[in-house]
Design a protein around this ligand. Structure first.
Ligand code: G3D
Ligand code: MG
Length: 178
């Protein structure tokens, strides 16, 4: 069994569900530290994906960081990102471009950072008429050479798969570099 440590970041606009996704994935038995200087939560969790032991170190920004040096510290050494938008708020999908650019710019681990674009809150599709279509998320992901998945942190749908997709992408990238 191989062991990996994956430092990843959650990016995306406020209120899209980043913290909810992390909490849903981690369950109750996780540890977090709030790093006030960065306005970020640091959490870690050991999981098993395809027979590999993966220790996730997940960084979750509390708000919009005011200073670029804070962003730099936040992204330092990151190996991948979940770039989250809210399917019921189409603007948040548009902002995925600038979030992924920011992550690519600050993270210097890989030439191209593994990114999974996550369209969250799909449970709202029934009740909210102007939700973004799945195809729009696919097109955005394709244009950024990222993977794509839709989730609900509320029902738990596809939450595990979102992290598994990112793990696979990071492992693939790591193998290419060895
Ligand atoms: P953020 O960390 O990206 O800022 P949060 O977002 O995880 O704090 O979530 C913001 C709000 O969206 C929360 O509502 C949360 O419960 C809700 N939310 C997160 N994910 C989902 C989802 O998949 N479906 C639905 N319906 N709501 C979701 P409150 O009311 O607590 O502010
Ligand atoms: Mg949050």
């Amino acid at each position: 069994m191989a062991k990996f440590i994956f430092k990843i970041v959650l990016i995306g606009d406020g209120a899209v569900g980043k913290t909810s996704i992390r909490r849903r994935y981690m369950g109750e038995g996780f540890r977090t530290d709030f790093l006030a200087t960065m306005g970020a939560d640091f959490a870690y969790l050991k999981t098993n994906i395809d027979g590999n032991e993966i220790e996730w170190q997940i960084w979750d920004l509390a708000g919009q960081p005011a200073f670029r040096n804070v962003m730099k510290a936040y992204f330092k050494g990151t190996m991948g990102a979940l770039a989250v938008y809210d399917v019921s708020q189409p603007d948040t999908l548009e902002n995925i471009d600038s979030w992924t650019q920011e992550a690519q710019f600050h993270a210097n681990t890989f030439s191209e950072l593994p990114i999974v674009i996550v369209g969250n809150k799909i449970d709202l599709r029934e009740e909210i008429p102007n939700c973004t279509k799945t195809i729009n998320g696919f097109v955005k992901a394709k244009s950024l050479n990222a993977e794509f998945i839709e989730t609900s942190a509320k029902t738990g749908e596809n939450i595990e798969d979102a992290f598994a997709k990112l793990a696979h992408q990071i492992m693939k990238k790591t193998n290419e570099l060895i």
